[in-house]
Design a binder for this molecule. Structure first.
Ligand code: SF4
Length: 422
């Protein structure tokens, strides 16, 4: 099958060639190692569809038990939330019905960006703009490829662009330590520039660059462990670029109050846009996080970590975190959805737990209810929002092994709740 969309990271590459002849999809062209491994771990597990208390049961029995748990819960928590567009829509509907808090498995990282956007907005680029326009790509605290393996292949060293730009002439700068910079070497062997700096000190460097741009020379001669002239040089590159792009990945900003670094970066980008064009490119979108958040946003106007407990959606980014609600004992039941990756299991908890995940999921503690679901883009068709959020790519069904979708299971749980209420 040609032009298959891969749902295993936010790039959602739509050019894979997948062999589906043997009933198990095997990528044969354009797949990266992450994608090949993701398809491999979705191998069917014979006879496994649903369990209650560890005992295999019919799907209807598992659905009825899940509805019973959610029907009795006062403060249910819906975590994971890794699914496609239709699955997310049904999960939001179910959360509304149950008065649940809804959160995503990636929300801790995602909030580093979200808090900035909510506070002051930002200027970002699409992947098509990077591919066709960027003459300078600066990577902050990330090498991109560790999490988004084909980023350089598809969007930086592309052979052609729509305008006059020769993609091979792009300049690449890495800011950070321990980054894999091999992908940043130009096709002609030109090495990227590297500024080794601790990731949690990048904010300090961005602040210094803002001062320099404003004509206020910082007194310090070394900022974030790097001589000030190197930051001045990077600033000049950005000022002289005709379309600079600054890339970061929120999961790599894993330190306290990293949202302040994103905030300073956004402010610097705005400052630079007074005289040239510079955009941010926040890489994300894995495990369907942008897909699920998009659905929640257009249905409620609010992002992850919103609660339906009062009958209207209420957003509280700190109080409604999955881990806090579990640690504090405020939640009394957990519904966990992980349709793309059987290894993303729920955090350890003694609460009554329902898990919707692919058949290969292994648990430290068996959930009260486990329902094996299909993976969007493998077991059923669907839609998946790419990292730049401007495109929802169609996912295709590649095999039939009888697994229901998250959408179908959530609809059945809701129907069972309705039946019990009548
Ligand atoms: S880069 Fe991401 S979307 Fe592309 S093939 Fe690899 S895992 Fe799939």
């Amino acid at each position: 099958m040609e032009n298959v969309t891969c749902p295993f990271c936010g790039l959602a590459c739509d050019d894979l060639q997948v062999d589906v002849a043997a009933g198990m999809p095997v990528p044969v062209a354009n797949a990266c190692a992450t994608s090949r491994e993701a398809y491999r771990r979705l191998a069917p597990v014979p006879g496994l569809t649903a369990r209650v208390g560890g005992t295999p049961v019919l799907l209807d029995v598992a659905v009825a038990r899940a509805a019973q748990i959610l029907g009795h819960a006062i403060n249910p928590l819906f975590g994971g939330f890794a699914t496609d567009l239709s699955g997310a829509r049904r999960i939001v509907q179910l959360a509304d019905r149950c008065g649940a808090v809804i959160d995503h498995m990636n929300s801790t990282a995602k909030l580093r960006n979200l808090l900035t956007v909510q506070d002051a907005g930002w200027i970002t680029a699409t992947l098509a703009e990077v591919k066709n326009r960027a003459d300078l790509v600066v990577l902050l605290g990330t090498d991109a490829v560790s999490r988004f393996p084909r980023f350089f292949e598809r969007f930086v060293w592309n052979e052609e662009s729509m305008f006059d730009l020769d993609p091979r002439s792009r300049e690449i700068v890495y800011v950070g330590q321990g980054l894999d910079m091999r992908a940043g070497c130009a096709p002609d062997g030109r090495a990227p520039t590297s500024i080794p700096c601790r990731v949690d000190e990048i904010g300090e460097a961005l602040g210094a660059m803002r001062s320099l741009l404003a004509g206020l020379a910082p007194q310090a001669q070394v900022v974030a462990g790097v001589p000030l002239p190197q930051w001045a040089e990077l600033l000049e590159k950005l000022r002289n670029s005709s379309y600079g792009v600054i890339v970061w990945a929120a999961p790599d900003f894993d330190f306290p109050h990293a949202e302040l670094t994103v905030q300073t970066l956004s402010a610097l980008i705005k400052d630079l846009n007074r005289t040239t064009r510079v955009c941010g490119l926040p890489l994300g979108g894995s495990d369907g996080d942008f897909t699920a958040n998009g659905v929640l946003m257009w249905q409620t106007g609010l992002p992850f970590r919103s609660s339906f407990a009062t009958g209207i959606p209420v957003y509280e980014p700190h109080l409604n975190s999955t881990q806090r609600l579990l640690d504090s004992g405020e939640a009394d039941a957990l519904l966990w959805v992980s349709a793309f990756n059987p290894n993303r299991v729920p955090p350890r908890t003694e609460l009554p737990t329902i898990v919707l995940a692919p058949p290969g999921a292994n648990f430290e503690r068996e959930p009260d209810v486990f329902i094996a679901v299909g993976t969007p883009g493998v077991d059923h068709a669907g839609h998946y929002t790419r990292t730049d959020k401007v495109v929802a790519l169609p996912l295709r069904k590649l095999r039939e092994i009888g697994l229901p979708s998250v959408e179908a299971v959530a609809a059945s749980i809701e129907a069972s709740l309705q039946q019990a209420a009548n």
